[in-house]
Structure formats: C-alpha cells, structure tokens
Design a protein around this ligand. Structure first.
Ligand SMILES: Nc1ncnc2c1ncn2[C@@H]1O[C@H](COP(=O)(O)OP(=O)(O)OP(=O)(O)O)[C@@H](O)[C@H]1O
Length: 313
C-alpha cells in the first residue's frame, strides 16, 4: 500500500464513558475531527482531563469509541483492527513493565507479541538508539525512571511502526533525559516516522511540534501550524490606573481593545506582534490620561483555552 497523506484521520469521534457507582456518565470526546499529516510531529495539547488519553487509547485499541470513524495509516480501525494497530507504536503514561526481565528480553517479548520474525528483530539497534545498549542485560527494576521510560519508547518501536504516539512522554523525566528523549524523537522523525505527542506544556509542544491541536473538554478548539498558533497566543493585557477618575473611555482610545473596569482601571488587550506597552502608554497620555499605576498580565494556557473556546462559541 502506498503511504497515505494522513497518518491519522479521525471524523466525528465520540466517547462517552458509562456511569459507574457514584460517577455520572462522562462525554470525554465530543465529536472530534482531526487529520494528522504523514511525516509531521503533531502535538495534542490540553489540560488534565481534556480527553487526550481517551483519543490515543481509542487509536491504540484500549478504549472502545462510542461513534465516529478513525483511520490509522489509511486503515479504518473497525474494518482493519489488526493491520491499523500494527501501524502505530504507543508509549503510554504509565510505566508498565515486568521488573524481572532485562531490556533485551522485554524487547524480544514485545517483538514476539507483534509477530516480528526472529531474523527481522532489531533489539540491539533499538536499544542502542535509546541509549540502553549497555543496560541490555540488566534487570528492568535496576533501571532509573528515565531509562524505564526510554525502554517504553523502545518497546513501542519493535515492529517498526510508521506512526509513534507518545502520551505525556516527559512526565517524571528530568531535564537532561527529556532532552535526549527529544533528540531521539527528532531523529525518528527525520527518518520518516510520524510522531504524535500529548502534553499539557505549551513550551514542549512549541519546541517540538510543527502542528498543534488544542483539546479542551473533549473538543478541538484550535488546530494549526505551530507558528500560526503562537501568533494567536501573543495576547497580553495591560491594566492602567488613571490618576483621575474617568467617566468613560475617551474616543481616541476606542480603536483599542479597551474596557473601563468597575474599579476605575482601564484594561487594554493587545498583541505583542502588533504593538507594545510603550506605544499604548503614549496613546493613553495623548488622550490626556495621567497614569498612576500599571500592570501587565500574560494569559496562561487556561486563559488561552477560555479565549479560544469563547471565540468558537
Ligand atoms: N475509564 C473511564 N471511566 C470514566 N471516565 C473516564 C475514564 N477514563 C477517563 N475518563 C474521564 O474522561 C475525561 C477525559 O480523560 P482523559 O484521560 O482522556 O484526559 P487527558 O486529556 O488525557 O488528561 P490527562 O492529561 O490527565 O491524562 C476525564 O474527565 C476523565 O475523568
């Protein structure tokens, strides 16, 4: 089969977890549409509970979708459950490994599970790539947390999948290991693997991904090339306390995104790509307003979600 344009194609994907005990039912995915281009490093960004793991677990075959369609590497997960899953390697959040195996044994076992013939196995090559070749015969329980995580990545690669999915890969990984993990992810990407990663860190997605989808409350609220998205996130807020009380916003300032708050302060929204504090303060002074105090605020990811959700609404 020739390589598809999209590594993952999902349409109207819904997941409602049934109520259990005191927990009411939960609509974790509310009709998600997403197309992940082949060869990209794609970030799924969202706060805790947004639905990222649910999405990934549906692709991995660990969670049954309620409705909608999903294709992996051009293959529908309902029509071709085995072949579609063979096209992805998934690294889950939790480290799940038998502590009594060595890394080499763990990889051989995983390869056997995927039906990779003995002659085609790349155990040493993969261990070398994740920097664990010298630990190949150590017990997993003797590895550090970061090493275990890299072994998880190695396990996800034994069947040579064209798509690698990393669910919060850096949770609990120190800065140095994070860097080496990313280096390896980039290398895989350079060699043609499509990478999908979930994170709640904007910085992480920003650094690695060429496209980012923001998920919030089971919905995709933005999905764009990273540069474009960041431009939209350059919103800042300036709060000015006028020296004298204002009755209303002067006409000359009405072209700004400005609001007179009940406290008497002026709240001005602006984009760093378009203007700066200096220019705004100049405009405020030109309008005859003396400045007693000022403060600036940068929206955090939460604000961005709120802003984007209300933009969509
Ligand atoms: N097995 C389950 N049964 C019931 N509800 C669930 C189940 N798994 C997840 N949920 C709920 O579905 C919603 C989405 O969870 P999910 O784990 O997909 O979010 P997430 O974006 O991956 O969050 P995190 O970053 O914390 O992993 C949450 O409200 C969660 O409580």
């Amino acid at each position: 089969m020739s390589a598809p344009d999209y590594a993952i194609e999902v349409e109207n994907l819904e997941k409602t977890y049934a109520a259990s005990g005191k927990m009411p039912e939960k609509r974790a995915l509310k009709g998600i549409d997403i197309k992940i281009p082949r060869g990209s490093i794609f970030g799924l960004l969202g706060p805790n509970g947004a639905g990222k793991s649910t999405f990934i677990n549906i692709l991995a075959g660990l969670v049954t979708k309620t409705s909608g369609t999903a294709k992996i590497w051009g293959m529908d997960i309902d029509q071709h459950p085995r072949a579609s899953r063979a096209a992805i390697g998934v690294v889950n959040q939790e480290i799940t490994m038998d502590p009594f195996f060595t890394p080499a044994e763990a990889l051989e076992l995983q390869a056997g599970f995927y039906g990779v013939p003995k002659g085609d196995r790349r155990t040493s090559e993969i261990l070398d790539a994740v920097g664990l070749l010298d630990k190949k015969d150590a017990y997993v329980r003797q590895l550090s947390g970061g090493m275990k995580r890299r072994l998880m990545v190695a396990k996800a690669l034994v069947h040579n999948p064209p798509v690698l999915i990393l669910d919060e890969p850096t949770a609990g990984v120190d800065v140095e290991l994070r860097r080496s993990l990313w280096q390896y992810v980039r290398r895989l990407h350079d060699e043609g693997t499509t990478i999908i990663l979930t994170t709640h860190y904007l910085e992480e997605a920003e650094e690695l991904c060429d496209e980012i989808a923001i998920v919030n409350h089971g919905e995709i609220i933005a999905c764009e090339p990273t540069g474009q998205l960041l431009k939209r996130l350059d919103q800042r807020i300036l709060v000015v306390t006028p020296r004298e009380e204002l009755k209303s916003v002067p006409d000359s300032l009405k072209s700004l995104d400005i609001e007179l708050l009940a406290t008497g302060d002026l709240k001005i929204g602006y984009r760093t790509s378009e203007t700066g504090i200096g220019r705004i303060l100049e405009q405020v002074r030109e309008a005859g307003i003396g400045v007693a105090d000022l403060s600036t605020d940068q929206p955090n990811l939460e604000d961005v979600f709120v802003a984007m959700t209300s933009e969509v609404a």
